[in-house]
Design a protein around this ligand. Sequence first.
Ligand SMILES: [Zn+2]
Length: 104
Amino acid sequence: MNELLAAYRAVSNNWAQIQGSKLCGCCSCVQLFPADEIVAWTGLDMHNVDDPKAVDNQTALCPRCGSEAVIGDKSGYPINVQFLSRMNEAWFQRTIIRKPTPKK
Ligand SMILES: [Zn+2]
């Protein structure tokens, strides 16, 4: 499988992966930051906030740009500007699967 395709799965529902990571990067804004900078997650609402499975399935939001595009070093992928730029090109500029994020 294409590495970038495989790596994209690490960007969603990545609660456990991010918890185990030290360094994270964002494929949207191509910035690096420590995992403990991430404070915002999506995936929980008042109906599943006590469900451990739902907690595991949360998706990290980038602390810099707010995108659901964060990948951590625990994923096994290189967290550096080169790799994030390739992810950004593959996923965010050509928009293979994701809807484009509206620019404000
Ligand atoms: Zn970002």
